[in-house]
Design a protein around this ligand. Structure first.
Ligand code: SF4
Ligand code: SF4
Length: 430
């Protein structure tokens, strides 16, 4: 067995692994089980493997590693589970063991992970530098030239295949250090700018400020904040996730704000668990507990206001609007009603419920990069569902899902606008 002393699952309270009562209620909600009908590709099967690793019967390499990354991390199983199995937490620990075992390590994988997870994502300067380069490449036509002439394919077939998934860079980036002008009396909130969100969806951050200010909030975007670390925690890099959590806790004093607001489902689901992440750190644990109490998803936060701004009247026929539940909003944070309440109140739109809206679209963090075929199959199914609604607009509150649905709707010639719900609120609220 590889490095038994490094196995995190062994150090986990075994009672956590034993919470699964093997009832199987999660199985029909699990996309990988439904696609394979293989017990090992189900939540119950994966938990059994985690227990086997914890008890020393199984090595964290080989088949175990493959199954831990075959899992989408969509957390649909958590919603279905009657025993409250903390599957997401267990998966993070299991993936950390896979990475420690180095069974998946190849020079290319290690280099890409080190570059992106250790250097680019944790540094706003590097991320913005990369964002600016990509923005220039698109503006000058260099990017499409490289794709058209096959230069990208020559360099990397994989990169060429992934090019349609690259979100356009939106400049200017988020205004770090922003504070609502004047001296309004409303709730004092800090907005988290995110990492990819900052360079590819800065418009969503601006719309978030607009929405919060229309609700009467005093908004700050504190300087010094970095990537929340969710990508790291979900991909077995728990130490870097901890480092990023400490940076954010140093940059934003949770006690100075009524709420710390995030608009990205994947980030929110992680940001609410800094105390769990830093449970063994006496210097940060208390602050992390205060932080967790204040982190709120923007849509859930907005829905608590007793009076919402009036939405504008339709100009001509109303557009048909539907909504996809981002997994880490509905399963990770149990937020289902709030976005619907806000969107259904917009007079410009006719609401249509999306069938199976809580089933993953296949984006799943970086799943559409690491497992493009499975991600595409799930995405294609989702596009089929959207088509049946006849929607003109689909709202989804996570950048990865927006990228996936935009790319696939283009590919399938489905004329639908894929947009963050907060953008619709910013546009419609008077
Ligand atoms: S997180 Fe999603 S893919 Fe993974 S076991 Fe649970 S339901 Fe299945
Ligand atoms: S629903 Fe929960 S308790 Fe039942 S098998 Fe799945 S993970 Fe285990």
């Amino acid at each position: 067995m590889n490095q038994p002393q490094a196995i995190r699952l062994k150090r986990l309270d075994y009672r956590i692994l034993e919470t699964c009562i093997h009832c199987g209620m999660c199985l029909p909600t699990c996309p990988t089980y439904m696609a394979t009908k293989n017990e090992n590709a189900s939540p119950r099967g994966r938990i059994a493997m985690m227990k086997a690793v914890a008890s020393g019967e199984l090595s964290p390499g080989g088949h175990f590693a493959d199954e831990m990354y075959h899992c989408l991390g969509c957390l649909a199983c958590q919603t279905a589970c009657p025993a409250d199995v903390p599957y997401g937490f267990m998966l993070e620990e299991a993936r950390a063991d896979v990475e420690a075992s180095r069974v998946l390590a190849t020079p290319a994988r290690s280099f890409t992970r080190r570059m992106l997870l250790s250097h680019v994502f944790p540094s706003r300067v590097l991320l913005r530098g990369l964002g600016t380069m990509l923005w220039l490449a698109r503006r000058t036509g260099l990017q499409s030239l490289a794709l058209r002439t096959g230069l990208v394919r020559l360099f990397s077939r994989r990169l060429d295949a992934l090019a349609p998934l690259a979100p356009p860079i939106t400049r200017p980036f988020t205004a770090m250090g922003y504070r609502t002008p004047g001296n309004p009396n409303g709730p004092n909130v800090a907005l988290l700018a995110g990492c990819v969100q900052d360079i590819a969806f800065a418009d969503v951050n601006r719309d978030s400020v607009t929405v919060l200010e229309k609700l009467g909030c005093r908004v700050s975007i504190p300087r010094g904040q970095q990537c929340c670390g969710s990508l790291h925690a979900h991909n077995g890099e728990l130490e870097t996730a901890r480092r990023l959590a400490r940076i954010n806790l140093d940059a934003i004093d949770p006690l100075a704000f009524d709420a710390i607001i995030t608009n990205a489902a994947g980030c929110g689901s992680h940001l609410r668990h800094y105390a769990r992440l830093l449970r063994d750190d006496p210097d940060y644990r208390e602050r992390a507990e205060a932080w967790d109490k204040r982190v709120q998803d923007l849509l859930a936060f907005a829905s608590t206001f007793p009076r919402l701004p009036e939405s504008r009247a339709p100009r001509g026929a109303r557009q048909r609007l539907t909504y996809q539940d981002a997994c880490h909003l509905v399963h990770g944070q149990k937020i289902h009603a709030a976005p619907r309440t806000l969107l259904k109140a917009l007079k410009e739109y006719e609401w249509i419920e999306l069938p199976d809206s809580t089933r993953c679209c296949g984006s799943a963090g970086i799943y559409n990069v690491t497992r493009p075929e499975q991600a595409r199959a799930l995405g294609n199914r989702k596009i089929g569902d959207i088509r049946t609604t006849g929607a003109d607009v689909i709202a989804v509150a996570n950048p990865g899902c927006m990228v996936q649905l935009r790319a696939l709707s283009r590919e399938h010639n489905l004329p639908v606008r894929v947009v963050h719900p907060v953008t619709l609120l910013a546009e419609s609220w008077q």
